[in-house]
Ligand binder design. Structure first.
Ligand code: AQP
Length: 330
């Protein structure tokens, strides 16, 4: 079986963007691939985090992933900081990554712009290398991610190829896997920025744990154009097109079918139907999540996952250190 790796940051409650863009694919791939999924807590530290909250969110995000359909008997789920090889390989790979390459990463530029220049952490600049380490440790063939991660995946491939050229075949060069629709769900308040769990405006996203009334309210307030035609046209009608994408992915219906249903009915009815489709999608996830959190089962799932991940990661790390000329202990 080919290997899959992907990570999710515990930087807030997952959004429907994370769910449709990434986690739905994770669930599908566990049937056909050997999958490693990781709650990347070290990545979340690149911007200031409250320690107590970070710990809580790490368990919550893991539980949300399992509640979304990840099966502990079919895939490996673990916390990044439980496997030390991630941080160690990251250092080794930083020695082969160019300053200029990291400076071109748009995620860094976007996140750095939101902070005062002098307080931007060095880790925010170098974390794409940690991401490369995460992926390369598991001899990963396929990385399912949202569109926003495409550039980081290209960097991972460049680093792997550079290493293989310099030291001989060591890493599998991974392929990126981005869904045809849903790879970039946009904010509800601004269709030119992607939906993000760390957006300070909660009205900009639907969180996986939002109550039905909150979902109805957020969708009711979602920005639209001033027309009333429910039509998919990302250029002319980016807001309605984004809502149609969410509707289609949640209901399993085609966009044309939804357009036909709301022809001549305006945005209010359309938003009402969309809200119910989202609520129906999230209801089973929310129920499973609350059960998992109450039973405490998530800690055990993560513990078993870390043991399994550690075994593979340490073998890869030893191989890399050997290739680079680091002397092993007796
Ligand atoms: N809006 C989105 N549409 C589709 N996919 C998305 N992803 C994120 N936002 C969207 C995908 O979800 C996976 C997990 O993302 P992450 O938690 O590792 O970090 P991120 O990409 O930075 O996501 P956020 O929600 O925007 O987090 P913050 O606000 O903390 O930066 C990834 O595969 C991502 O592509």
């Amino acid at each position: 079986m080919k290997r899959v790796f992907s990570g999710v940051q515990p930087s807030g409650t997952l959004t429907i963007g994370n769910y449709l863009g990434a986690i739905k694919q994770f669930v599908r791939l566990q049937e056909t691939h050997e999958c490693f999924y990781c709650v990347v807590d070290l990545h979340a530290l690149t911007v200031p985090q409250d320690p107590e909250r970070l710990g809580r969110q790490t368990l919550q995000v893991a539980a949300m992933m399992v509640a979304s359909g990840l099966d502990p008997d079919k895939m490996t789920l673990f916390v990044q900081s439980h496997v030390r090889a991630h941080a160690e390989l990251s250092w080794l790979l930083q020695c082969m990554t160019y300053y200029g390459e990291l400076g071109r990463m748009t995620q860094f530029k976007d996140k750095a712009r939101r902070q005062k220049h002098a307080t931007v952490s060095a880790a925010l600049f170098t974390y794409p290398v940690l991401q490369a380490a995460d992926i390369l440790l598991y001899d990963t063939h396929l990385v399912p991610v949202g569109e926003d991660q495409r550039q980081h995946l290209e960097l991972t491939r460049d680093i792997a190829e550079r290493f293989n050229n310099r030291y001989g075949e060591t890493f599998v060069v991974p392929e990126v896997y981005i869904p045809r629709t849903g790879g970039r769900i946009m904010s509800l308040d601004n269709a030119s920025t992607k939906m993000s769990k760390s957006n300070p405006n909660p009205g900009s996203y639907i969180a996986l744990l939002d109550e039905p009334d909150v979902i109805r309210e957020k969708i009711g307030r979602a920005k639209t154009d001033s027309g009333r035609e429910v039509r998919y046209d990302p250029e002319e009608k980016p807001e309605i097109s984004n809502l149609l994408t969410i509707y289609s992915l949640c209901s399993g219906r085609s966009i044309e079918d939804i357009e036909a249903e709301y022809e001549g009915r305006g945005y209010k009815d359309f938003k009402g139907g969309l809200a119910e489709a989202v609520i129906a999608t999230l209801r089973p996830v929310q129920e499973a999540y609350h059960e998992l959190m109450e039973s405490g089962a998530i800690r055990e799932i993560l513990d078993r996952g870390a043991d399994r991940a550690r075994e593979i990661a340490e073998t890869t790390l030893d191989r890399v250190k050997d290739r680079m000329g680091l002397v092993p202990r007796l």
